[in-house]
Design a binder for this molecule. Structure first.
Ligand code: CUA
Length: 332
């Protein structure tokens, strides 16, 4: 009894680790549901096979140790052993998974209706550029590292890269899909419940691959519509004296060379669009929360937050930094 309790106690953290905002085993949408349904039997059979192999290996080692080697097999016996153990058993263990994997893949990749909502995501080094498209395929809003979708509605994702290969993956919602330079891969995401899920680049793409993450926010359709309408608007005009000064600092410090703020003359396209920066939950691709202290640290010394990042450090005076932060915080 004590042993059982101990085992259960040891298994609890393992099982809790299956829940959470970035887990294949905590599906929140139909595609992830199918993937999880394949994952569990795969784990079960793989565990059985591993245990079987280890048991046979142990028996063989002990027998050899005790010099109880089996009698040599005759030709017919060894042929049967090869056919059964080398061909039939492995095929029996793998063919059902190959077939159900194929069928699940077809279901997940079934084309969506033409009028389905479409989001274009471009993999950057090391962040995500996100465009919302209208029915004609024109970009109506641009953001970065935070994707909102309405619940209970399949959303089409057009996945691209203009640099190296990345892979788009929101474990709670869909299977990973590569983003290849020169082509557009398509995947779809349906979220059953509102929630904030974490996505992660799933293809090694350089220094900051591990911190190339994003949030996928699934929300009720009305909330989503309000969010998208907000993202479509140009940036808020600087109002207070601090914001006006911060707006000037933004241009003097050269930020506009890499960043766009719609509604101003800043139209750089190397870094994320900052038009509604303050509306986002995180900074630097879900590396740190979007709070004023983190924003100040990020602007001052990006290499400390995310070594290898393409964002250059700045040399602002404390006064300039304060006004710049005041302006950026107003970009809701
Ligand atoms: Cu992008 Cu790994």
């Amino acid at each position: 009894h004590v042993r059982t309790t101990g085992l259960l106690g040891a298994a609890t953290p393992l099982l809790t680790a299956c829940e959470g905002p970035q887990s294949v085993l905590d599906p929140a949408g139909s595609a992830a549901e199918l993937i999880a349904r394949l994952w569990w039997p795969t784990l079960f059979v793989a565990t059985l096979v591993t245990l079987l192999v280890l048991t046979l290996l142990t028996v063989a080692v002990f027998r050899a140790h005790r010099k109880q080697a089996a009698l040599p097999l005759n030709a017919r016996q060894s042929r049967n052993l090869v056919i059964a153990g080398g061909i039939i058993l492995p095929l029996a263990a793998t063919i059902p998974f190959a077939l159900s994997s194929f069928s699940i893949g077809r279901t997940i990749d079934a084309p969506l209706p033409d009028d389905a909502m479409t989001v274009e995501v471009v993999g950057k080094q090391w962040w995500w550029e996100v465009h919302y498209l209208d029915e004609a395929g024109d970009r109506i809003a641009t953001t970065a590292n935070e994707i909102h979708i309405p619940t209970d509605e399949p959303v089409r994702f057009l996945l691209k890269s203009d640099n190296v290969i990345h892979s788009f993956w929101v474990p709670n919602l869909q299977g990973k899909t590569d983003m290849m330079p020169g082509r557009t891969n398509v995947t779809s995401v349906t979220a059953d419940e509102p929630g904030v899920y974490r996505g992660q680049c799933a293809e090694y793409c350089g220094t900051q691959h591990a911190l190339m993450a994003f949030l996928l926010v699934a929300e009720e359709p009305e909330r989503f519509d309000a969010w998208l309408e907000g993202q479509r608007q140009p940036a808020a005009m600087p109002e207070t004296e601090t914001q006006v000064r911060g707006h000037d600092v933004f241009f003097e410090a050269g930020c506009a060379g890499c960043h766009t703020i719609r509604g101003t003359s800043a139209s750089g396209d190397l870094g994320p669009d900052l038009t509604h920066l303050a509306s986002r939950r995180t900074l630097a691709s879900a590396t740190v929360p979007n709070r004023i202290g983190h924003l100040g640290g990020w602007i001052t010394d990006p290499q400390h937050v995310k070594p290898g990042s393409r964002m250059p450090p700045s040399e602002l005076t404390p006064e300039e930094l304060k006004t710049l932060l005041g302006y950026l915080e107003s970009l809701e």
